[in-house]
Ligand binder design. Sequence first.
Ligand code: 13P
Ligand code: SF4
Length: 305
Amino acid sequence: MSQSSLVSEIIRLKKERKAVILAHNYQLPEVQDIADFVGDSLGLSIEAATTDAKTIIFCGVHFMAETAKILSPGKTVLLPDLNAGCPMADMITARDVQELRRQYPKHTFLCYVNTSAAVKAECDLCCTSANARSMVRDIASAGGKVVFVPDKHLAGYAAATTGCDIVAWQGFCPTHARITPEDVLRQKERHPEAVVLAHPECSPEVRGLAREVVSTEIMCHYAHNMNAGEFIIATEIGILHRLRKENPAKRFYPASEEALCPNMKLTTLEKIRLSLEEMLHPVTLDRDTLFRAKKCIRRMLEYRS
Ligand code: 13P
Ligand code: SF4
């Protein structure tokens, strides 16, 4: 099937199924272009919680589709490719959290949204890269101490910018780990006027070279509103499509071409079509996990940044 027939077929099936297509900023260009909403983890969660569509086609990775299901348990949430996981989310299990709880019984357990529902069910609160700092600050100002899982880099960034002590699990994103300070410096040399924007999943050395350290959605916002014409982007390269589309007069350079998340590229138009036609692959969660994970996630949506 040609790309244009695939697109027409998806639009037809979407109407029939009363479905909405949500896509993360790292998705393939053609997937972003067909989506009803493109955004970061926080924006996608808010959209999933508020849409009146009956079915959500989630173009992202597994934990994102699971989060949508937790927030909208009455809806059918479909993940077009079941193999689209997140290696960072897989770096911690519910058992690991239970063990940590024994070591830090009085700490507040804050998990990154990049975790399984089973891990969320064991934690107290959940955040995204857009609101981790505010949540850490609020826990600390109420006298609490934080254990953060699983991303050591987001934990380090939140600790450094809030001044709070954080016990961090040593997980990380393998895609962001491919971006080195040398990559950024090389691009800086080539484009001396360019503003560096980095994601908090980057190493502290890379973050140290950035003007702003922000979630993918806030990155799009800065790129659009900053009075600058060139940017070096230190995050997964899928975001370049949206940045260039929304800012045709500006120039965007990837910090590293190697920063490609293979899981984010598994969703294709053909798989979206098949998913809509055959209702593949619905996210299911047992009632107890869903209930406990929802308690953990509840407050995440109240923190916009
Ligand atoms: P955000 O889009 O929420 O910044 O997250 C990035 C990410 O790595 C998602 O997997
Ligand atoms: Fe997970 Fe990193 Fe891919 Fe995001 S970019 S889905 S954190 S592996």
